[in-house]
Design a protein around this ligand. Structure first.
Ligand code: ATR
Length: 279
């Protein structure tokens, strides 16, 4: 660190559990970027001041996590198309005083899915389980891959219908009655759990019966604690390809790094340091 060091950080509440600082500082070191990344505990009442601080101190970039991803949008100068579609910002780039909001969660998820299990999503049928913020965050990015259909199923059916209706028809995103989930899962090439079912401490809970899955299909879970949910373990036993949520976390950080520095992210080193932190 010296007087040229560029400043970065993550704001959230809570924030002390965040693995972003170790991941991004490792990325800077690996790539020879003169940058430093810190975690800031920002309570909701202080969000506006925190963003003013970014401007005042000339921070180059910020990640934004729960509970600020939606609220922060009103303090920025520009919002990317993907962040508008997601309805949330998780990455801010300070371009000479203009704060631009992006969402790297959805594109990070899709890059992880493509690099880790299924390079080609075009023409595939995708079932998305859940209709909360996590589902909204990945839908636009999934649709950019031109799948044949993206089908949302949610326990509270009205939320699925509302979410599907919020996207243009051309993106081929539709909602499915909960009672028809089994049939849709049996036909799907990719089934994605965006609900919290199976998250620690309730690690044995299943979002759907893995026996419904087509062997060879991709079973994907946004959860990364545990690294492999019961849903993924059971899907693998059925001959499915499992994709856990850790890649989404790593690649959302990789995209943030790339937006801030203009350089390719050292993904292997980022993954290594995050995995080591789980041990
Ligand atoms: P997030 O922003 O993480 O997506 P959320 O907006 O609270 O969080 O959404 C949680 C999602 O998990 C919802 O789709 C929720 O279904 P409902 O809309 O019916 O509540 C889903 N979910 C949570 N617990 C569930 C359960 N036990 N069974 C099925 N779906 C569940």
């Amino acid at each position: 660190m010296d007087s040229h060091t560029k400043l970065f950080g993550v704001i959230g509440d809570p924030i002390r559990h965040s693995k972003s600082p170790i991941m991004l500082n490792r990325a800077f070191r690996e790539s020879g970027v003169n940058g430093v990344y810190a975690a800031f505990h920002v309570e909701p009442g202080r969000l506006e001041q925190a963003i003013a601080g970014v401007r005042g101190l000339g921070y180059r970039g910020l990640n934004v996590t729960i509970p600020h991803k939606v609220e922060v949008m009103k303090y920025l100068d520009e919002i990317s198309e993907g962040a508008k579609a997601a309805g949330a910002v998780n990455t801010i780039v300070n371009e000479d005083g203009r704060l631009i909001g992006y969402n790297t969660d959805g594109i990070g998820y899709v890059r992880s899915l493509k690099e880790e299990v299924e390079p080609d999503l075009a023409g595939k049928t995708i079932v998305v389980l859940g209709a909360g913020g996590a589902a909204r965050g990945i839908l636009w990015a999934l649709a950019q891959e031109r799948p044949a259909a993206i089908i949302i199923a949610n326990r509270t059916e009205a939320r699925a219908a509302e979410l599907a209706a919020s996207f243009p028809a051309g993106l081929r995103i539709s909602a499915l009655p909960w009672s028809e989930l089994r049939g849709a899962v049996a036909e799907a090439d990719v089934v994605i759990n965006t609900t919290s079912v199976g998250m620690s401490p309730n690690v044995d809970d299943l979002p759907l019966d893995p026996a419904w899955l087509k062997p060879g299909a991709v079973a994907s879970d946004l959860i990364y604690n545990p690294l492999k949910t019961a849903f993924l373990a059971r899907a693998e036993e059925r001959g499915c390809r499992a994709h856990g949520g850790l890649g989404m976390f790593i690649y959302q950080g990789a995209y943030a790094f790339e937006y801030w520095t203009g350089r390719p992210a050292p993904v292997a080193a980022m993954r290594e340091v995050v995995l080591a932190s789980f041990k």
